[in-house]
Design a protein around this ligand. Sequence first.
Ligand code: ADP
Length: 254
Amino acid sequence: MKLVKEKLIDGDGKRRDGRTFDMLRPIKIDAGPLKNADGSAYIEWGNNKIMVGVYGPRELQQKHLQEPDRAIVQVQYTMASFSVEDRKKPGQGRRENEISKILSEALEGVIISDQYPRTAINVFIEVLEAGAGTRCAGLTAASVALADAGIPMRGLVASCAAGKIDGQVVLDLDKLEDNIGDADLPVGIIPTTGEIVLLQMDGHLSDLEFEKAFGLARDACMKIHELQREALSRKYFNEGESPKEDEPDGEVTS
Ligand code: ADP
């Protein structure tokens, strides 16, 4: 029997959830929901629900891991067993270790770590519900949690994926689009400088498609950056009032 591939974009250019090619799923960010962490953030992005807690900078107990001139950044990305439809095997798998590593590297390039020699900054990303794009949502929330912890950064990191479905380049793939689509391109940037801190690609894109997908993701990161700033403003400033332009994103004081 021949399998018919489900269509992801209809004749009017609409995706199954009604989005056009350049639309994000709904995003909500809350800064500082946890009392016991040094910094925290909660994000809902489409079906994703992710809590991030930050501890540190704290002196590293394992002396052999200490860096004499900087803090090390340790990200632990974990998916709860109940985060997906079929119960996920508990514990860290290969995928979670890989995502933890690439997110550690992304954040290491952003945190001004030489202010905290011999210490560790721990970022725990707990995926409570997963619906594709969790690494981007996790990185976006981690950056807000680090700002909430008062850790100096060269800017907030905003992250979003674009990809290809039904032969078309689109922004922010949902679960089915990710599962049966042709390509996925997660991007993380510092919107205030344009610097790229995360770039991965799963699947195949031509040069032209890559440029279009990257452009869509980069533009979306600018919008996500606004949501990050608003979340921090709600906690640290009066509702609606933004941090002053010359105030670095990461140096929010309570
Ligand atoms: P991302 O969440 O960053 O897009 P992937 O592309 O690896 O990362 O995963 C896409 C989606 O596949 C996840 O968001 C999740 O919904 C689902 N998924 C990932 N790992 C598992 C797993 N072990 N069991 C069930 N679903 C999973």
